[in-house]
Write a protein that binds this ligand. Structure first.
Ligand code: GTQ
Length: 336
């Protein structure tokens, strides 16, 4: 194109589409910045504990190492186009003050006992494998009464909410605890509170999904349906059966001893975090060996094979993806 024509376009804030058409609409498969990446816990843990020595919680507010995907550029703090992952450390006696923000968060507890997150006055104890929701707009703060470091994985839809120019926080003061998660009415699927047969609207009725319950559900599924393709359960809203949050979806998967599981290519990228056991993750050109507490990211449109490395023990994997968002937008695909 003639230089003066280009300059005339630029002067009017105009851009020709045709030289770039194929880069925004590539044939058959989207261009992807998200790369397959693994964050082994044994490499990350000492650096996180060092952050505990270097940075007082009062300065940090949240003491977090972000699991950043180099495909997006580390400064972008993205694991995928929509998913943010952070490994957060809270030391005994520390307190991460109350705030609320527009992005939705969940915590998957990685190690330690005695910490808790208070969400809208509900105190949720943290134990290995528990999933705790802090959905959009709800007050939350973290405290720790135990005597060893506590670490958890934060999963947020921050990259998407930031991209939409809707990400912001409101600071608050300490919440009064009004309920213990264990006392909550939502304990089991199938029965929900219905005072006088009027069901109150509850967008986020269940905030804590204890690992012991989820693990037991997986084992019962494996026992009762031995032919089931994948031993997998979804974290859902017990009132509606819908995904527990609107943008990101969460599930837990059990690999039976020696099991190999082929997952079809899906349009959504996926984060895997190994709760228990040992599993290989194979995709085109990459293989990760996940040990306990390791986390990896798999780009969308990519078939994956998971293989339990043990012939005796089951492996348990926590999965996060943006399938709920893609389904709402009509973009979700499974390619077999
Ligand atoms: O614990 O509230 O990893 O607000 C990033 C932002 C954790 C939190 C993160 C947050 C939090």
């Amino acid at each position: 194109m003639p230089e003066d024509y280009r300059s005339a376009l630029t002067a009017q804030n105009l851009v020709p589409l045709w030289p770039s058409l194929r880069s925004v609409l590539p044939p058959g498969k989207p261009a992807q910045r998200t790369k397959p990446v693994c964050w082994p816990y044994q490499a990350l843990r000492p650096l996180l504990l060092q952050a505990g020595e270097l940075t007082p919680i009062e300065k940090a507010e949240r003491r977090v190492l972000v699991l950043a995907n180099p495909g997006h550029g580390l400064q972008k703090m993205q694991a995928s186009s929509t998913i943010y992952l952070g490994m957060q450390l809270l030391l005994p006696g520390e307190w991460a003050p109350a705030h609320r923000h527009t992005p939705n968060a969940v915590r998957m507890i990685v190690e330690g006992e005695g910490a808790y997150t208070t969400v809208e006055g509900e105190r949720c104890p943290m134990s290995r494998g528990d999933l705790i929701l802090t959905p959009t707009g709800l007050w939350h703060e973290h405290g720790h009464d135990g005597d060893k470091p506590v670490v958890w994985l934060d999963v947020l839809d921050l990259p998407l909410v930031y991209y939409m120019e809707t990400s912001y926080v409101t600071e608050g003061k300490a919440q009064a605890v009004t309920a213990e998660a264990a006392d909550r009415a939502y304990q089991r699927g199938g029965v929900v509170p219905a005072p006088a047969f009027v069901r109150a609207e509850q967008p986020f009725p269940m905030l804590r999904y204890p690992w012991l319950d989820v693990r037991a559900a997986l084992q019962a599924l494996a026992t009762n349906q031995p032919d089931i393709e994948a031993v997998q359960v979804a974290y859902v809203n017990p009132e509606t059966g819908a995904d527990s949050q609107k943008i990101l979806g969460f599930s837990a998967l059990m690999l039976r001893p020696g099991e190999r599981l082929d997952l079809p290519a899906r349009s959504c990228a996926m984060v895997l975090h190994l709760i228990e056991g040992a599993s290989d993750v194979k995709l085109e050109g990459h293989q990760f060996s996940l040990d306990e507490a390791d986390t990896c990211c798999i780009p969308g449109y990519t078939p994956v094979t998971l293989a339990n490395r043990s012939a005796e023990q089951s492996a348990f994997v926590f999965i996060a993806d943006d399938a709920p968002l893609q389904k709402k937008l009509g973009l979700y695909e499974v390619r077999s």
